[in-house]
Write a protein of this length. Sequence first.
Length: 189
Amino acid sequence: MKDVLNIIGTRYSCRKYTDVPVTQEQIDALVKAALYAPTAFDAQPFKLLVVTNKELIKQLNDEAMVIIEATNKPYYEKIMERGGQPYYNANAMFIILKEDGNPQAAGGLDDINTGIMAQTIALAAYGLDLGSVIAQSVGIPFGGDAGADLKAKVNWPEGYSYGVGVLVGNPDMTKEPHELSFDKVIYTK
């Protein structure tokens, strides 16, 4: 396992994956990391869906493209420039759901909780020499005409809404992390 600060400093958003599957051991490690993620008041108001069925990920990818093309041309064109695959040939998809009616939602804590879990998965993936990208687009196909059918295929439980997604796979690219902008930091002493 890599040093934590090195992982944080060198991790990048991977948008191209090989066909080599993520192993069950790696999936188990990422699930464990996700469950370690802190939540406000330790309430853990989430469900984590893990999809490793490549055919289902392709179906979700294709449905997302149909919806994106119909609703957001600039985003569609950006995806086409990147190879036409919003899920970048990922071999695993982590879908983080928020509990409906959770009192933490009023203060935005449910969004913070899902964001922390997504970052934890992304950092753990990089520590395992996997690539990852936190992708809000993972939720797109579940809001379309095929949404109910697709929710059934991923075992989406009643009483939960989409939070955020993380795509994971064996990287087929490298990228330098973004430059640090210390001018964004304001110290008060």
